[in-house]
Design a protein around this ligand. Structure first.
Ligand SMILES: *[C@@H]1O[C@H](CO)[C@@H](O)[C@H](O)[C@H]1NC(C)=O
Length: 165
């Protein structure tokens, strides 16, 4: 008599709980892996392009404004303000060629471009506090140093990594 009596008030609640939690749980279960998969689908070469390649022939000429436009646009201010990032201006084929005929192997898989590229270096300023990221930009013409894998650049390195001994 007692056990069935104490269980009775709970049972009408259970179907309601199920239907109310359903959509939220479904969103978590299906969207979370989808987001992780979308992020994981980017290959190292694609990530290099997103972070370091600007193929647009004409770009915002003020380097400060350029960096403050491009760092968010290329998703480098999503989880934090990436401190230092360089954009190489040029055709993808020219930049990719640094891993082959357009570059010289320096050490390991690091290649130094034979010719200079226009490069905008973006660096956070003291006023930068995530999610409000603030950048200072500098444009230089310089040879670039990249790590290559299967003939494709996958990592941008400071030029000094390739210019030293
Ligand atoms: C930035 O992230 C958003 C959301 O994941 C994505 O839709 C967009 O394509 C990304 N932008 C770049 C340049 O990868």
């Amino acid at each position: 008599m007692f056990p069935s009596h104490t269980h009775l008030p709970l049972s009408p609640l259970l179907p309601a709980m199920k239907t109310r939690m359903g959509p939220g749980l479904l969103l978590l279960i299906f969207l979370l892996p989808a987001c992780l998969a979308a992020a994981g689908r980017e290959t190292p070469y694609e990530k290099f392009q997103r972070q370091h390649v600007d193929t647009s022939g004409s770009w915002e000429p003020d380097p400060n404004r350029y960096c403050n436009l491009m760092m968010p646009r290329r998703n480098m201010t999503v989880f934090n303000c990436k401190d230092l990032n360089s954009f190489v201006h040029g055709a993808l084929a020219m930049i990719t060629a640094v891993c082959g005929s357009g570059g010289t192997q320096h050490h390991g898989n690091f290649y130094y471009s034979n010719s200079p590229f226009q490069v905008t270096d973006c660096q956070t300023t003291g006023a930068s506090h995530w999610p409000h990221c603030v950048y200072r930009g500098d444009v230089h013409s310089k040879r670039i140093c990249v790590a290559c894998k299967n003939g494709q650049p996958v990592h941008y390195a400071r030029p000094s990594v390739c210019s030293g001994p």
